[in-house]
Design a protein around this ligand. Structure first.
Ligand code: NAD
Length: 480
C-alpha cells in the first residue's frame, strides 16, 4: 500500500518510529494507504529544520517569497484532477465538489496570500510636532498549523499560505483522517523548488504528533481549526507558554427564513447550506427556523428537495451527496438521530444508514435527515452533529427567533432569508455570529474576516488579519 510520508527539510521521510496506521476510504470501508505515525521525535526534526530555514526565508524580499507561493498555486491548478480524485477518495466528498470547490480554493489560497503579502503596509502615527511612530511587523518564527478533515487541502492551505507569505516557516499537521492531499502537496512543494525546511508536514495522530506541535517550546504561534473540545485543550496547553493562538472551532448555525423571503431561493439555498459535503462543513445551517405562516409550505418544498438527494459513489460525476468521512463519525451522527427521536423529534425523511451496491457496499452512507417537533434548547438543537441532519422549527417574532438562534454556545455563522432590507440589517446586527449571510450561503470573499464568536473560536482568519496573525508588531517612536 502507498505510504504517506512526512515532509521534513525538503525531503519525504519515514517516521522515526517506523510505524504506520491504515488510511480508510470511507466510500468502500477499506484501507487503501498507510499513514506515518509520527511522534515528538519527528516534530523535533521538523522544528529544527524550520528554525534553520527561518533566517533566509524571513529576510527574503517579499516578492521573491511570493513567487514561490504562486508557483505552488499554479502546480495545484495543473494537478487539479489528480488532487480532486485523491480528496474524494480520502474524504468521501463528491468529486464534483472536490473539482469545483476544494482544490480550486486551495490554489486560490496560495495565490491570494502570495499577492496580499506584497500589499501589506505599515501604519504611521504622527504625534503632533513631537514624534513619528511607525509600526514594524516581524514574522513570528516557526508557526504550527493544524487542520481538520472536512475540507482537507482547502483548510490546510488556508493556514499555511498566510504563514509562509508572512515570512514564517511552518510545521503543519493535516488530519489523520484525510492526510492524502497534504502529502501530495509536499510533492508539489519539492517540485516548486521551495527551499528545504520552509514548510514541514508531519503526519499522525492529533494526540501524539499534534500535541507535540502544540507543546513545542520553539513554536510561538499556533493556528488551529478543528473541534471545540480540542481547541479547549490547545488553549489550556498553550496559554502558560504565552503562545499566540488562532482557533477556528465548531458551529451550530441558525438559518432563519422569514415569510417575506424569496421562497425558491430560500428553499434551494437551505438545502445546500444543510447538506453540502454531507453536512460536514462548520458553516452548515443545521437549525432552520421558519416564520410560522410559511412553515408548512417551506417544510413541504424542503423535504421534497431533500428526498431527491441520494447518497452515491463519490467518484461518480452525478453524485451530490457522498460518504461520511469515517465509521466512527457515521456512528456519532446516527446516535444523534436516535437522540432526536428520544427527545420527541419526528423524522420527516432520511436518517438511516444505507448500503450501496458493488464496491460501495461497506461504505459509510447516511440518507439526509430532516427532523421537526423539537424544542430549540434540546440537545439535538444545541450540540454540533456535523452531518446530514437538520431540524425545522417555527417561530412567530423576530425577538423569539433571535433568542433561539443565539441560544447555543457556538457563534460561527448564520443565514437569513428576507426581502425586507431593514429587517435584514437589524437581524444581522443582533445575531451572535462571526459571519452572517443574507439571502445566500458560503459566498466568500477571501479579504473578509472569517471566524467565530463564543465557543466557535478566537481570532479571525482571512485578508490581512491572517497575515498579521503570523507577525509580531513593534511600535517605533522617533522624537522629532
Ligand atoms: P479535531 O479537533 O478532532 O481535529 C482537528 C485537528 O486537530 C486534526 O488534525 C487532529 O489530528 C488534531 N488534534 C486532535 N487532538 C489534538 C491535540 N490534542 N493536539 C493537537 N492537535 C490535535 O476536529 P475534526 O474532527 O478533525 O474536525 C471537525 C471539527 O472541526 C468540527 O467541530 C468543525 O466544526 C470544526 N471545523 C471548524 C472550522 C472553522 O473554520 N471554524 C472549519 C472546519 C471544521
Amino acid at each position: 500500500m502507498e505510504k504517506i510520508l512526512n515532509y521534513i527539510n525538503g525531503e519525504l521521510k519515514s517516521p522515526v518510529s517506523g510505524n504506520y496506521f491504515e488510511n480508510i476510504n470511507p466510500a468502500t470501508g477499506n484501507p487503501y494507504s498507510l499513514i506515518a505515525d509520527s511522534d515528538e521525535k519527528d516534530v523535533e526534526m521538523a522544528v529544527t529544520a524550520a528554525q534553520e530555514a527561518f533566517k533566509s526565508w524571513s529576510e527574503m524580499p517579499v516578492n521573491k517569497r511570493s513567487h514561490f507561493l504562486l508557483k505552488i498555486s499554479n502546480l495545484i491548478t495543473e494537478n487539479l484532477e489528480r488532487l480532486a480524485r485523491a480528496e474524494t477518495i480520502d474524504n468521501g466528498k463528491p468529486i464534483s465538489l472536490s473539482r469545483k470547490v476544494d482544490i480550486p480554493r486551495a490554489a486560490s489560497n496560495f495565490e491570494f496570500y502570495a499577492t496580499a503579502a506584497m500589499h501589506l503596509s505599515s501604519e504611521a502615527h504622527i504625534t503632533h510636532t513631537e514624534a513619528v511612530n511607525y509600526t514594524l511587523r516581524h514574522p513570528m518564527g516557526v508557526a504550527g498549523c493544524i487542520s481538520p478533515w472536512n475540507l482537507p487541502l482547502y483548510l490546510f492551505s488556508w493556514k499555511i499560505a498566510p504563514a509562509l507569505a508572512a515570512g514564517c516557516t511552518v510545521v503543519a499537521k493535516p488530519s489523520e483522517v484525510t492526510p492524502m492531499t497534504a502529502f501530495l502537496l509536499s510533492e508539489l512543494c519539492i517540485k516548486s523548488g521551495l527551499p528545504p525546511g520552509v514548510l514541514n508536514i508531519v503526519h499522525g495522530m492529533g494526540t501524539k504528533a499534534g500535541a507535540a506541535i502544540i507543546s513545542h517550546k520553539n513554536i510561538p504561534a499556533i493556528s488551529f481549526t478543528g473541534g471545540t473540545k480540542t481547541g479547549e485543550w490547545i488553549a489550556r496547553t498553550a496559554a502558560p507558554m504565552f503562545k499566540k493562538l488562532s482557533l477556528e472551532l465548531g458551529g451550530k448555525n441558525p438559518n432563519i427564513i422569514f415569510a417575506d423571503c424569496n421562497f425558491e431561493l430560500a428553499v434551494k439555498t437551505s438545502v445546500q447550506a444543510a447538506f453540502s459535503n454531507q453536512g460536514e462543513i462548520c458553516l452548515c445551517g443545521s437549525r432552520i427556523f421558519i416564520e410560522k405562516s410559511l412553515f408548512s409550505k417551506f417544510r413541504e418544498a424542503f423535504v421534497q428537495k431533500v428526498k431527491e438527494l441520494k447518497p452515491g459513489n463519490p467518484l461518480n460525476e452525478q453524485t451530490r451527496l457522498g460518504a461520511i468521512v469515517s465509521e466512527q463519525h457515521m456512528q456519532k451522527i446516527l446516535s444523534y438521530i436516535q437522540l432526536a427521536k428520544d427527545e420527541g423529534g419526528k423524522i420527516l425523511t432520511g436518517g438511516n444508514r444505507i448500503f450501496l451496491e458493488g464496491e460501495n457496499k461497506n461504505g459509510f452512507f447516511i440518507e439526509p435527515a430532516v427532523i421537526e417537533g423539537l424544542a430549540y434548547d434540546c440537545r439535538t438543537n444545541q450540540e454540533e452533529i456535523f452531518g446530514p441532519v437538520v431540524t425545522l422549527t417555527p417561530f412567530e417574532t423576530e425577538e423569539e427567533v433571535l433568542r433561539y438562534a443565539n441560544s447555543v454556545v457556538y457563534g460561527l455563522s448564520a443565514t437569513v432569508f428576507t426581502e425586507n432590507l431593514s429587517r435584514a440589517h437589524r437581524i444581522a446586527a443582533a445575531l451572535h455570529s462571526g459571519i452572517v449571510w443574507i439571502n445566500c450561503w458560503l459566498l466568500r470573499d477571501l479579504r473578509t474576516p472569517f471566524g467565530g464568536m463564543k465557543q466557535s473560536g478566537i481570532g479571525r482568519e482571512g485578508g490581512f488579519e491572517a497575515l498579521k496573525f503570523f507577525m509580531e508588531e513593534k511600535n517605533v517612536c522617533v522624537k522629532l
